[in-house]
Design a protein. Structure first.
Length: 335
């Protein structure tokens, strides 16, 4: 058997109020000189007073490079905020070889504890394996107050595991690539779990948000086990990447993934109506219009999705083109 290594965060802490004592807690972890990656909102609301920081408007490699250049004697980088801040923090950690602390203030994506760095350049996806953040600090008091759209996005990112795991299995059947049963089972479980708790998630109760956060963190761990985003990212993610690419910048990742999951499930010959119902139950978008995407762009996105990345999915098996894409989008009433 091949020697395998599994990358995991060394500690995941869930503690109400932890963000208000962040500087102290980071000090307790043994760090003396942190630099925080923030955006305008998290800088104003959550940044510890007097802390060194770098504010990023967008998760592009250009800003990530600038953030890495701002490191000057800092012994840890703290990604404080949503997906982009955490991704940029991981990039900084990789580039400057310092530990990373992930402090999500939004339950909107599964990059929180994942080993992947996801950035973009003019909407073109850039994804690279790094390693998971050393520490993940979760403050339920902040997360339950996240705006609804970010909660829906997090739910959509987890719903995507319905089709991503299946695409992985197709890759195994059709191309002989390795399929890890254990990580596939974990990813599938997160899907079932958020579905069961979807009403609590939509109401943003502590229980609901905890389940959603556990699902998001678990998918990061799945990627660490697999040393790849393969279990967590299939055709539904390719469709979301294609929407970003055609627009020239990143949209709301998880809600695009949610709509992508409806289409991907349809192509896979599976229960796409159930997927749509789950998304509707939390108030997430289920049509191109609700995403704010014109119909022709939606068709184009589904048609070009398989060209964006060398990763086998149902879109490759069916050789989806514009005509096939349009028929599927009409059949699922996405357009
Ligand atoms: Zn995702």
């Amino acid at each position: 058997m091949k020697l395998r290594e599994i990358d995991l965060p060394s500690r995941v802490v869930v503690r109400p109020g932890i963000v208000s004592e962040l500087d102290e807690y980071v000090g307790d972890l043994g760090f003396r000189n942190p630099i925080y990656i923030v955006d305008a909102f998290t800088k104003e609301h959550f940044l510890p007073e007097g802390a060194d920081f770098f504010s990023v408007p967008e998760a592009t490699t250009q800003y990530a490079e600038a953030a890495a250049s701002a490191v000057d004697g800092h012994d840890v980088v703290v990604g404080l905020g949503g997906g982009k801040n955490i991704d940029v923090a991981k990039y900084v950690g990789w580039k400057r070889n310092i530990p990373v602390i992930s402090v999500p203030t939004l339950p909107s994506h599964d990059g929180i504890a994942s080993p992947m760095i996801s950035l973009s350049d003019s909407g073109k996806p850039y994804s690279q394996y790094f390693r998971p953040p050393h520490f993940v600090l979760i403050d339920p008091d902040i997360l339950v107050n996240a705006p609804d759209e970010f909660v829906r996005a997090g739910f959509g990112d987890v719903i995507g595991k319905y089709t991503s795991v299946y695409d992985w299995w197709l890759g195994h059947i059709d191309t002989g690539e390795y399929f890890g049963d254990y990580s596939a089972a974990l990813a599938r479980m997160t899907f079932r779990h958020v579905v069961r708790f979807r009403k609590a998630i939509a109401r943003k109760t502590y229980e609901g948000i905890n389940v959603l956060m556990e699902a998001l963190v678990t998918n990061g761990i799945v990627m660490g086990i697999q040393h790849s985003s393969r279990p967590a990212s299939g055709s539904e993610h390719l469709i979301s990447h294609a929407l970003d690419y055609l627009r020239g910048r990143k949209g709301m990742h998880g809600v695009q993934v949610g709509v992508g999951t409806i289409v991907a499930a349809y192509f896979q010959g599976r229960d796409w109506e159930r997927v749509r119902k789950y998304l509707e139950d939390v108030g997430a978008p289920v049509t191109a219009e609700e995403l704010g995407v014109p119909e022709d762009r939606m068709v184009k996105a589904v048609a070009i999705a398989r060209t964006l990345r060398n990763r086998y999915t149902i879109l490759h098996r069916l050789k989806v083109d514009e005509e096939i894409a349009k028929n599927a989008l009409k059949a699922t009433e996405v357009i």
